[in-house]
Design a protein around this ligand. Structure first.
Ligand SMILES: Nc1ncnc2c1ncn2[C@@H]1O[C@H](COP(=O)(O)OP(=O)(O)OP(=O)(O)O)[C@@H](O)[C@H]1O
Ligand SMILES: [Mg+2]
Length: 451
């Protein structure tokens, strides 16, 4: 039932409105001044305030301001005398939803109130709807076209039983996408079991996956359930699947084909009911072509391939993600931080994130921990740029994009220049670098610093 608060110093008008609202089956609260109004506002969840522009000695505009300060979302409908249009316009500027000039007709009043209530209801439904969708996608932020495609794909494949291969650079969100698919699938109530295929030696991977019988090998002094068994009815997440050794690949392939598995040392085949989601940051097609990954296993695993774009190709999402991580970190670390300064935002936008979303997440969390003001300053955003830059360069050399000689020459030049800057003379620079003067001169010429 809607709760209406009427604030008017005219007792007869209060009475008229009370009777009218009661007919509509709304709950009515009456106040002659701001003091009474606040008593009601503090006590009940009021839906709409009908506020007179002239409250005896008080100004309705002042009361409106106060209400909007405390309850910015609360709709306030002004009641005005004809001569007061100027103030009525002022009231709208201050956040009133509308104004009704006195004498008003009740149908008009009802119409206004009903419209406001309807808007409120729609807004609430909208929020509910959004939260429902958030249930599984809530942790995955992505407005850009590429991520929207990914979301569509997730929605399409989730209800099915098809195996999925997720590809993408490190830190692009492969694991949260895998979890979202599981959560949106009919298997959501059964376990989601991640297995890091790169983290263990081959023999251990097998016993982890398939489990073993007591006495299956020396040291197996009791039976152990494998992860496949743990995941029955649910989803197995094969992380870094490209790292699987050839022997394990064969066994896994059999599992996928026969839909059975056998614990080590056991002769008994068990039925397997799991969905596989695999992930890799390697170029798996290339690996298949090179014979490093079994083609048949690849086809079994990749019923659908979801490729996650690197963050540098998701320009629109960078700020969105930064804001999301900020809010989360502020809550977790219980800090009073309102947002980023414009300079900080610029810095966030201009970086290229070789470590993708995980790197952005780390940068923001670190900034929240370091920040001592109410806004994240650019200086608190510590980017291990140098480290990442170096890693990228190394990759470029390995990929043949830069020649090794050019790379080394460039580095040598950088170091020489810094040494010269930090010292007052060439001989000081030479001793800083552990060279004699002649050796330094030779290097300065070689790198083109001196002719
Ligand atoms: N779109 C996104 N929205 C919100 N958080 C994200 C998003 N993508 C990634 N993250 C967060 O970034 C971090 C890295 O994500 P995740 O572990 O899924 O990446 P990954 O692709 O599996 O990386 P790796 O290949 O290194 O294992 C996680 O903390 C994850 O919650
Ligand atoms: Mg991962």
């Amino acid at each position: 039932m809607a709760r209406i608060l009427v604030v008017d110093d005219d007792p007869s008008l209060r009475e008229v409105l009370e009777i009218a609202c009661k007919k509509k089956k709304w709950l009515v609260y009456l106040a002659a001044d701001s003091k009474e109004a606040w008593e009601h506002l503090n006590e009940y969840p009021i839906d709409i305030v009908l506020l007179d522009l002239k409250l005896g000695q008080e100004s309705g505009l002042e009361v409106l301001k106060e209400i909007k300060k405390v309850y910015p979302e609360l709709p306030v409908l002004m009641i005005t005398a004809f001569a007061e249009t100027q103030s009525a316009v002022e009231a709208i500027k201050l956040g009133a939803v509308d104004y009704l000039p006195k004498p008003f007709d009740l149908t008009e009043l009802f119409f206004s109130i009903e419209r406001i209530l309807e808007e409120k209801r729609l807004r609430r439904e909208n929020i509910l709807l959004k939260n429902k969708v958030k249930g599984y996608f809530g942790r995955i932020i992505g407005q850009c076209a590429k991520m929207q495609e990914v979301f569509k794909l997730i929605e399409r494949v989730s209800p099915t039983n098809i195996n999925i291969l997720i590809t993408g650079e490190s830190g692009t969100g492969k694991e949260i996408v895998a979890r979202a698919i599981h959560e949106a699938s009919p298997r959501q109530k059964a376990p989601f079991v991640p297995i890091n295929c790169g983290g263990l030696p081959d023999t251990l991977i097998e016993s982890e996956l398939f489990g073993y019988k007591k006495g299956a090998f020396t040291g197996a002094d009791r039976a152990r359930k494998g992860l496949l068994e743990e995941a029955q009815g649910g989803t197995v997440f094969l992380d870094e699947v490209g790292e699987l050794a050839p022997g394990v690949q064969v066994k896994l392939l059999r599992c996928l084909q026969e839909k059975t598995f056998r614990p080590l040392g056991s002769s008994e085949e068990r039925k397997l009911d799991v969905r596989f989601i695999a992930a890799t940051n390697q170029n798996i097609l290339e690996m298949v072509a090179q014979g490093d990954f079994r083609e048949d296993l690849f086809y079994r695993l990749s019923g659908v391939i979801i490729n996650l774009p690197p963050l540098r190709e998701r320009e629109e999402d960078v700020v969105l993600l930064a804001e999301y991580f900020l809010q989360r970190a502020v809550k977790e670390q219980k800090k009073n931080i309102q947002g980023f300064t414009p300079e900080a935002l610029e810095k966030i936008k201009s970086y290229n994130y070789p470590g993708n979303v995980r790197e952005l997440e780390n940068i923001v969390e670190r900034a929240v921990a370091l920040e001592s003001t109410e806004f994240i300053q650019a200086s608190s955003l510590i980017v291990y740029e140098y480290e990442n830059q170096r890693k990228m360069e190394v990759e470029e050399v390995l990929a043949g994009k830069i020649s090794l000689d050019d790379y080394l020459l460039q580095k040598e030049k950088e170091i020489l220049l810094v040494a010269l800057q930090r010292t007052a003379s060439k001989s000081e620079a030479a001793s800083l670098l552990g060279l004699n003067l002649r050796q330094l001169r030779y290097r300065l010429e070689k790198t083109g610093i001196e002719k």
